[in-house]
Design a protein around this ligand. Structure first.
Ligand SMILES: *[C@@H]1O[C@H](CO)[C@@H](O)[C@H](O)[C@H]1NC(C)=O
Ligand SMILES: *[C@@H]1O[C@H](CO)[C@@H](O)[C@H](O)[C@H]1NC(C)=O
Ligand SMILES: *[C@@H]1O[C@H](CO)[C@@H](O)[C@H](O)[C@H]1NC(C)=O
Ligand SMILES: *[C@@H]1O[C@H](CO)[C@@H](O)[C@H](O)[C@H]1NC(C)=O
Ligand SMILES: [Zn+2]
Length: 473
């Protein structure tokens, strides 16, 4: 790592950890919950310890990592609509059946199948250089001979809108926003093409959405505006975007030749639903989830193999320990997340008439590094209950509650209807280094951190599914 990269990473970690602190104190919680409930929650310490002992030092030690590695090594990337994704779903069903968990259903839905073909960007002026590119999901093609045009670079949409249409017409727009947070920066990837096309651009490229790079482009989804001409869209590395910017600021004319091809059709895939039925209220659900599809680049070990496997592990561990909570623990493997939360939307629609039964919904899709706590959406009272439960995880430093009104990705489709939920808060400062790149491999995952995540996920789900009160809305 270079010195400047080191400084940058250090700064990034400082900023990231600042965001971790609670915005408000939870002093009001004690009165809101009452001593009886607080005592009840504390009484789950023994069950929590039993789960941790089994996962960290017992028969389940490194099982999550080993099964994830077998899965990732066998199937590799699992793009939406591909046969390999369907085969990987069958594998997960088989693996679950071997644990004598037989309450498994799959629900079919239509998903996009976008297959990347040739992708090539060559800088022709001011000098000849190949620029590594990854097309963005559902990008349209260039003509076979490519698009050759001058480049205009903008940092943000305001700079673009300040340009006259004449300045943009017939050109390639390159967005080079500096990564701040994913949410803030990703709009240049997801909306950039249509905004550029509206001003007459013939193609658009975005500086990859990541704080750190070793010359790797990061792909991702994007949406075309229905009323605007669809233009080819891709992502380039930070290094190449910054090179283009330096030429541009020196007033040098930049000409790129972009060739992109892909195919796009619709296929059938499945959401997978596994239930460990509750003893007293089987209709009430505590959901744990992750998505099984991945981008076509990399191996989908981190995004979202880790989240998939900790969510698979939860009912499996409970079943093995013969721990049956009062409510049902449901594990969902979402399909086709990467191309626009397609599986989650289908589930929400199909199960809307039973959404009152979702007591709490959880998702892990932002890394399975060391767990730190939960990012929680819900009322103040709901957050107080979760914060009290998180106190049981002080010994592993996973007691932090981050207030987040839209945590996770897939589960937001459900949380936005007022259903309480949470995503795994973990030490994921490096998550976006690997996200949507060839670098998303098993080497990102750590067996001990996965054990901590699996044990934490399982214990939290068990406690919420078993306590005497529903999580209030
Ligand atoms: C652009 O690239 C394509 C594909 O490599 C090539 O066929 C075409 O001749 C190139 N155009 C120019 C102007 O260099
Ligand atoms: C855009 O134009 C407005 C009005 O001229 C100006 O105030 C603003 O600073 C410009 N923004 C950028 C990013 O150039
Ligand atoms: C919801 O609708 C489905 C079919 O559309 C039905 O099978 C299910 O029983 C309904 N659930 C409730 C709680 O009404
Ligand atoms: C928890 O954090 C403390 C202080 O940072 C550290 O000393 C300890 O090793 C951590 N424990 C675990 C299990 O990570
Ligand atoms: Zn993901």
């Amino acid at each position: 790592m270079s010195f400047s990269a080191r400084i940058f990473v250090t700064l990034f970690i400082i900023f990231a950890s600042e965001a971790k602190f609670l915005p408000k104190s939870r002093n009001g919680c004690r009165a809101l919950l009452g001593d009886t409930l607080i005592k009840e929650i504390a009484s789950y310490k023994n069950v929590k310890n039993e789960i941790f002992k089994y996962v960290l030092d017992g028969d389940f030690k490194h099982k999550t990592y080993d099964e994830l590695a077998k899965f990732v090594d066998t199937f590799g990337a699992r793009p939406s609509g591909s046969q390999v994704l369907e085969d990987s779903i069958d594998h997960m069903i088989q693996l679950t059946r071997e644990e004598e968990l037989n309450d498994i259903v799959t629900e079919e839905l239509e998903v996009p199948h976008w297959i990347r073909g040739t992708e090539k960007v060559t800088m022709l002026e001011p000098r000849i250089k190949e620029i590594d590119v990854l097309g963005l999901g559902r990008s349209v093609n260039t003509p076979p001979e490519g698009i050759t045009a001058e480049v205009v670079i903008v940092k943000n949409f305001e700079e673009l809108s300040n340009l006259s249409n004449k300045d943009v017409d017939g050109k390639i727009v390159v967005y080079d926003p500096i990564f701040t947070t994913y949410g803030e920066t990703v709009v240049y990837r997801s909306q950039g093409a249509s905004k550029a096309a509206a001003k007459g651009a013939v193609a658009s490229l975005v500086r990859s959405i990541t704080p750190f790079s070793i010359n790797t482009p990061h792909t991702g989804s994007q949406n075309y505006d229905d009323n605007i001409k669809k233009i080819p869209a891709g992502a380039i590395s930070l290094e190449d975007a910054d090179l283009l910017r330096r030429f541009y600021d020196r007033g040098e004319k930049i000409i790129l030749n972009i060739t992109m091809s892909s195919t796009y059709e619709t296929k059938t895939s499945r959401n997978t639903i596994i239930d460990l039925k509750g003893t007293d209220h089987p209709e009430k659900l505590v959901i744990v989830s992750g998505h099984i599809d991945s981008w076509d680049v990399g191996q989908g070990a981190m995004d979202d193999g880790g989240g998939l496997f900790v969510s698979w592990a939860a009912p499996v561990i409970l079943k093995r320990l013969n721990l049956r909570p009062k409510r049902t623990v449901r594990s969902i493997f979402w399909t086709a997340e990467e191309l626009g939360l397609i599986g989650a939307y289908a589930y929400e629609e199909k199960h809307r008439n039973e959404s009152h039964n979702i007591n709490f919904i959880m998702e892990s899709d932002e890394g399975t590094f060391a767990p730190l706590g939960l990012a929680v959406a819900g009322t103040q009272e709901a957050r107080c209950i979760i914060a009290e439960i998180l106190k049981l995880f002080k010994s592993i430093n996973a007691s932090t509650l981050v207030e987040d009104d839209s945590p996770g990705s897939d589960i937001n489709v459900i949380i936005k209807n007022g259903i309480p939920g949470a995503s795994l808060h973990n030490a994921n400062e490096r998550y976006f280094w690997f996200h949507h790149t060839e670098g998303d491999t098993m080497n990102v995952e750590d067996p001990d951190e996965l054990d901590l995540c699996a044990a934490f996920w399982t214990a939290v789900a068990y406690i919420i599914a078993d306590i005497s009160i529903d999580i209030p809305r």
